[in-house]
Design a binder for this molecule. Structure first.
Ligand SMILES: Nc1nc2c(c(=O)[nH]1)N[C@H]1C(S)=C(S)[C@@H](COP(=O)(O)O)O[C@H]1N2
Ligand SMILES: [Mo]
Length: 199
């Protein structure tokens, strides 16, 4: 039986040491998308890094698949207060993608097929903290969860983990993304409960 069963919504929700403040545990995997699920044929898919000087680095799907993959088990925390522990992903570390990129940027603005954007400090994408993932739970990442590929940055609220990721712009100055522009926190650390601007 799941830890949260549908009949017990009125009871206190389970909490624990692995849960940031204000979060509750779930067993299922909700889909939260601000628009329709874009269809991205693999023959057209690419991941593009654009630096602050306008240098462009591109990977087609076959080129991306040749990069070393890593499998990670991580906890994820949505700003709408659900957390899911021990989720399994496979993908390419941003360290691998940024290894060949010459940049003095301190910020990144991720952009997705479909138009979604989200901003992060570049240092939060380095040192084994972020991946472009294409597998969830041992299978291809389903389209509704961001397939063909999405960003995974588990130490920040899950809205930073852009689905249907297309590229990233490296910036000298911070630029807010989709949710950050309309009141969500610029950084979004779940352990400090940074949900909205001013938190
Ligand atoms: N492109 C895109 N990425 C997105 C979103 C979105 O609407 N569009 N929603 C974000 C939010 S608010 C959350 S909580 C997670 C949800 O991921 P899931 O649908 O796989 O649970 O994706 C994030 N990434
Ligand atoms: Mo979210």
């Amino acid at each position: 039986m799941g830890i949260v069963s549908p009949g017990f919504q009125g009871r206190p929700r389970p909490t624990g040491p692995h849960l940031p403040p204000g979060q509750y545990l779930i067993e299922d995997f909700p889909v939260l998308s601000a628009g329709p699920t874009p269809q991205v044929p693999l023959g057209e898919w690419e991941f593009v890094i654009t630096t602050e000087t306008g240098q462009v680095h591109r990977w087609s799907w076959p080129q991306f698949q040749e990069l070393p993959g890593e499998t990670r088990k991580v906890d994820i925390h949505c700003v709408t207060k659900w957390s899911k522990l021990g989720t399994m992903w496979r993908g390419v570390s941003l360290d691998t993608l940024l290894a060949e990129v010459d940049t003095a940027a301190e910020f990144a603005l991720m952009d997705s097929y479909g138009g979604y954007t989200t901003n992060l400090p570049l240092e939060d994408l380095l040192d084994g903290q972020a991946w472009i993932v294409y597998e969830y739970d041992g299978a291809d990442l389903p389209p509704e969860h961001g397939g063909p590929a999405r960003l995974l940055v588990p130490h920040l609220y899950f809205w930073k983990s852009a689905k249907w990721v297309h590229g990233m712009r490296l910036l000298l100055e911070d630029e807010p993304g989709f949710w950050e522009t309309i009141g969500y926190h610029d950084y979004g650390d779940p352990w400090r409960e940074q949900r909205y601007q001013g938190d």
